[in-house]
Write a protein that binds this ligand. Sequence first.
Ligand code: SAM
Length: 228
Amino acid sequence: MTLPTPYHGSGPGPITPDGCAVDYYAMLTPNGEPEIIHAAAPAGASILELGAGAGRITRGLLALGHEVVAVDESPEMLAHIEDTETICSPIQSLSAGRAFDVVLLMSFVIETADDELRRAFLRTCRRHVAEDGCVILQRKPPEWYDTIQPFERITEAGHVVRMTEVSRPAPDLLYATMEYTVGDRRWTHSFLSRRLDDDFLRSSLEEEGLTMAGFLGGDREWVRALPV
Ligand SMILES: C[S@@+](CC[C@H](N)C(=O)[O-])C[C@H]1O[C@@H](n2cnc3c(N)ncnc32)[C@H](O)[C@@H]1O
């Protein structure tokens, strides 16, 4: 079976290796994520944010009193983060040299269709979480994968967000293309993602020395894991 290219991005400005448009992410604002993470973390907790992008969530976490180290493999993304330490590195080979109260892997990065890469992401989380700390992951609930169809919506900021293409090239795999239009600028982002149901995620975590400890909120999108 031939699978589609896992990631492809196009449009004005730099594009990250996983297809994200830097200029588009730099203009996005958070949507309650820093507060969800803050509520699950001890006051003033140190946070290692993996795949921090242009700092959309970083800034909110800093404002809530956390010490944040922001990691991304895209120097163009990290150039937008000025208020805290950044590390330009692939997540899978990161060595930050210290442990953190919270290791955060959000924005569905964990859903890569590359099983070995996902294991390496989880090993990075395990290597960097303090023994009394926690890992917080964000994944789409499995039901999203079963029901998602092409759509179009207009955000509060007036951006047009469209999912133009959805296919399911193999069980548990979804290939989709997003299109973002802001004024006369348009970006596309195609990605191949793996549906992570609770049992699969639990066993993937266990293989890397982490145990699933529950969800943040009722929709099972945010997962909390603890070092074993
Ligand atoms: C969808 S963006 C989200 C950025 C940010 N978390 C947010 O919510 O605005 C995903 C980010 O993860 C980064 N990323 C993806 N895979 C990565 C990897 N293997 N190593 C380092 N960074 C990665 C990309 O460069 C991109 O900046």
